[in-house]
Design a protein around this ligand. Structure first.
Ligand SMILES: Cc1cc2nc3c(=O)[nH]c(=O)nc-3n(C[C@H](O)[C@H](O)[C@H](O)COP(=O)(O)OP(=O)(O)OC[C@H]3O[C@@H](n4cnc5c(N)ncnc54)[C@H](O)[C@@H]3O)c2cc1C
Length: 277
């Protein structure tokens, strides 16, 4: 194994595991032994390798200021992600990256921001929120709209509360299906957009979630008067190499791994919604 090879996974011990919901967990990885740590920009992802099982692309969900640890929030859906769920503090996995494009947080300075997350789509947006919180005075109104399937599927509940109370941000949550204890909103996440506080001409919007949700979110943002170029979406496609060689994540003329995963809406609009692309 050539350790200078960018495709070579580096060992990273698991420092902690946080259980977020019944099927979602966050791994905190210690990357302090990797030269340069793991400096990343909000929106980028890593390839996580469970030895003997395989690799999966997973967004970085932690604070970009901390380059000695990486946080990854993961839903266990198949072979690799289930193996990741079985890891315990002290276990070692392989990491390579960070890869991909980032949310344009610098371009949002001086503007209002609308963040729209569906389910685990909040994970790649959390580093943006940390960034905005740290430089709160640089931004106008900040709106965070989160949708989840049920109250038990809402991610980072403690943080959502803190952002709402202390972050000078409008944080709104809705669920598809409530339960007897739920006193909040029931409905799709786009309904929250009726309540955002922003000047549409001076707003950047970031969205991540299931494609159908992003499609309706973009439509609603456009109806509110936000220009297509001001809307950024994060895409997911099956991925193997993550560096634009293998073509598994090809999306029209684009590779999600190196041209994305974060795209300005006009760049992918022509291909979005084409079945099985
Ligand atoms: C850029 C990028 C960032 C990502 N970030 C995250 C993240 O932060 N957290 C996270 O949990 N996942 C994330 N994913 C998705 C994750 O990579 C996949 O869920 C994972 O590769 C599945 O691998 P597996 O071996 O566990 O499942 P597989 O054995 O490959 O698949 C098992 C089953 O799950 C289905 N499946 C596979 N991928 C997905 C998916 N993306 N969504 C829904 N069903 C799927 C398959 O169709 C199959 O039915 C990201 C993907 C990309 C491309």
């Amino acid at each position: 194994m050539d350790a200078s090879d960018p495709l070579c996974p580096r060992p990273a011990p698991v420092r902690a595991v946080h259980h977020e919901t019944a099927d979602v967990f966050t791994l905190i990885l210690d990357v302090s032994a990797i030269p340069g740590g793991a400096a990343f920009a909000p929106g980028q992802f890593m390839m996580l390798y469970v030895f003997g099982v395989g690799e999966a692309p997973i967004s970085i969900s932690g604070d970009a200021r901390d380059s000695r640890t990486l946080a990854h929030t993961i839903r266990a859906v198949g072979g690799v992600t289930r193996a990741l769920r079985n890891l315990r503090p002290g276990d070692v996995l392989g990491v390579r990256g960070p890869y991909g494009s980032a949310w344009p947080v610098a371009a949002a300075r001086g503007r209002d921001v609308v963040i729209v997350a569906g389910g685990i789509g909040l994970a790649p947006l959390r580093p943006v929120i940390y960034h905005l919180l740290r430089r709160r005075e640089d931004y106008g109104h900040i709106n965070i709209c989160c949708g989840a399937r049920s109250p038990g599927d809402i991610l980072y509940t403690g943080e959502l509360q803190r952002w709402r109370e202390e972050g000078d941000m409008q944080v709104m949550v809705t669920v598809d299906h409530g339960d007897p204890g739920w006193r909040g909103q029931v409905g799709v996440v786009t309904e929250l957009l009726d309540r955002v506080r922003c000047d549409p001409a001076n707003t950047l919007a970031f969205t991540c979630g299931p494609e159908i949700m992003m499609r309706f979110t973009v439509r609603k943002l456009r109806e509110l008067g936000i220009a297509g170029e001001a809307i950024h979406v994060s895409m997911e496609r099956n991925m193997h190499c993550a560096v634009g060689f293998c073509g598994h994540c090809q999306f029209g003329p684009l590779f999600v791994c190196k041209d994305g995963p974060v795209f300005p809406w006009p760049r992918i609009a022509p291909f979005f919604g084409i079945r099985e692309l």
